[in-house]
Design a binder for this molecule. Structure first.
Ligand code: GDP
Ligand code: IMO
Ligand code: MG
Length: 416
């Protein structure tokens, strides 16, 4: 029995969805532990593409249990839409449970994110404002939907308050209490069957010997505590979030860091190895680097080993999944960032998060490969230069690369 945590090693979109999908076969339960529908996790099965924002990626494996943990912020409308979309595609869905302690994203959270999220370049899904309300103890927990009278009263009080803010500060039109109440009445009715204490549920499942996969959203460099603050999300995608976001602590847990063979970032904030040339164009075009949630073009650049060593330290990665190696095919020379120069001083490891914004990357060059690798099914079949690239990263970080992505499809993965 093995439990897994699949965690993004950079700024999100590393290909976590595909790795989660691969590993789901080896577990009984898939649980999301943080974030919300700012995530976009892609799985390509037999040429058909699925993108999950809030539902755990395991949802397409109908014999599994999927859990939305207490650490998430949940937009109930989005959840209903995602369930409906799967049904409309004729997909049988896994069993789903929703934590009573997850925080609801309320309509004003999305409005406020739209107004205030510009500097960071948020997904405007209301994530930050919903987490703010949780931390300030004014939030709505999912379980409150089950106590309707108290919910309606609290909703009235908060709408009165928020209307004052919206009007006075932002010149925004007022929210309509009656309309929102009706909307949430429907959510309460439709979602009540999924709501429970998921910590107890997961704990009991573990006692029965069931294996759990913890599906991270976003990435360690977007972590509110360990990322490139303030250009981060408002949750803990890194390892600590697994425990606070689910309320269980498995004794045996393999922590898998997902890293792209190059780097990307969507939204604002520092990105030392970012490129704006024909290489980044190659990466964006060949890697289809456009956001799975907002459609924004992703910023692209070389792999940054300084940051990978740092996020390996923060999470204690046991192994890595290196995705999108096929996207590098065709480039004559590859560069990897092995150090930073900050204020005239050279560093091999990240001494301070503040260095990221000022870092000039120090690169090493590695030979590229021209052969198509999408059909390779074992490490030995990869071209020599390709294997050298993988082994170079392993040596530099000191963690084995156990999974290698050679294409978007479910089967386009090499397991070593
Ligand atoms: P996530 O948010 O970490 O789950 O990643 P996204 O789904 O947002 O973005 C990853 C994109 O890369 C998706 O379009 C995947 O289908 C695709 N992808 C994943 N692994 C590979 C791979 O090994 N090769 C290629 N070419 N595409 C991949
Ligand atoms: P997955 O799970 C990439 C980025 C946003 C913005 C910052 C804050 O698909 O990897 P937020 O809406 O969370 O307050 O925005 O974080 N961001 C992501 N970038 N992948 C994601 O999720 C992201 N979720 C949020 O672009 O820069
Ligand atoms: Mg994504």
């Amino acid at each position: 029995m093995k439990n897994y945590a699949v965690i993004g090693a950079f700024w999100g979109d590393e290909g976590k969805g595909k790795i989660v999908d691969y590993l789901t076969g080896q577990v009984d339960i898939v649980v999301r532990y943080q974030g919300g529908n700012n995530a976009g996790h892609t799985v390509v099965v037999a040429g058909k593409k699925f993108v999950f924002h809030l539902l755990p990626t395991g949802i397409i494996h109908m014999d599994k249990l999927c859990v939305i943990g207490n650490g998430l912020v949940v937009d109930p409308g989005v959840l209903m839409e995602e369930i409906k979309a799967l049904e409309q595609q004729g997909m049988a869905m896994a069993e789903l449970k929703l934590s009573e302690s997850a925080t609801l994203i309320m309509p004003w959270h999305k409005i406020l994110d739209g107004i205030e999220g510009g500097k960071v370049g948020t997904t405007k899904r209301g994530i930050g404002p919903a987490y703010e309300s949780k931390i300030s103890r004014r939030g709505f927990k999912v379980g409150e939907l089950l106590a309707w009278e108290a919910f309606s009263k609290k909703l009235k009080e908060q709408i009165d308050e928020v209307n004052w803010l919206l009007e006075q500060k932002y010149g925004h039109s007022k929210l309509d209490y009656g309309q929102i109440l009706t909307e949430f009445e429907l959510y309460a009715e439709k979602l009540s069957g999924y709501i429970c204490n998921t910590s107890v549920l997961l704990h009991d499942a573990m006692k029965e010997g069931k294996a759990i996969l913890f599906e991270g959203a976003q990435g360690t460099l977007l972590d509110i505590d360990h990322g490139t603050y303030p250009f981060v999300t408002s949750s803990n995608p890194s390892i600590g979030g697994v425990f606070t976001g689910t309320g269980v602590r498995p004794k045996v847990l393999r922590v898998i860091g997902v890293v792209k063979a190059y780097s990307t970032r969507v939204g604002n904030g520092p990105f030392p190895t970012e490129l704006n040339d024909e290489i980044s164009e190659h990466l964006r075009a060949k890697g289809h680097e456009y956001g799975a949630t907002t459609g924004r073009p992703r910023r692209c650049g070389w792999l940054d080993l300084v940051l990978l060593r740092y996020t390996t330290m923060v999470n204690g990665f046991d192994e890595l999944a290196l995705t999108k190696l096929d996207v590098l095919t065709g480039l004559k020379r590859l560069k990897v960032c092995t150090g930073y120069e900050v204020d005239g001083k050279k560093y091999q490891q990240l001494d301070s998060l503040l260095h990221i914004a000022k870092a000039k990357p120090i690169y090493e060059e590695i030979e590229g490969w021209q052969e198509d690798i999408a059909r390779c099914t074992s490490f030995d079949q990869l071209p020599k230069q390709c294997r050298a690239y993988v082994e170079y990263i392993e040596r530099a970080v000191g963690v084995p690369i156990r999974y290698i992505g050679v294409g978007p499809g479910r089967r386009e993965i090499i397991v070593r």
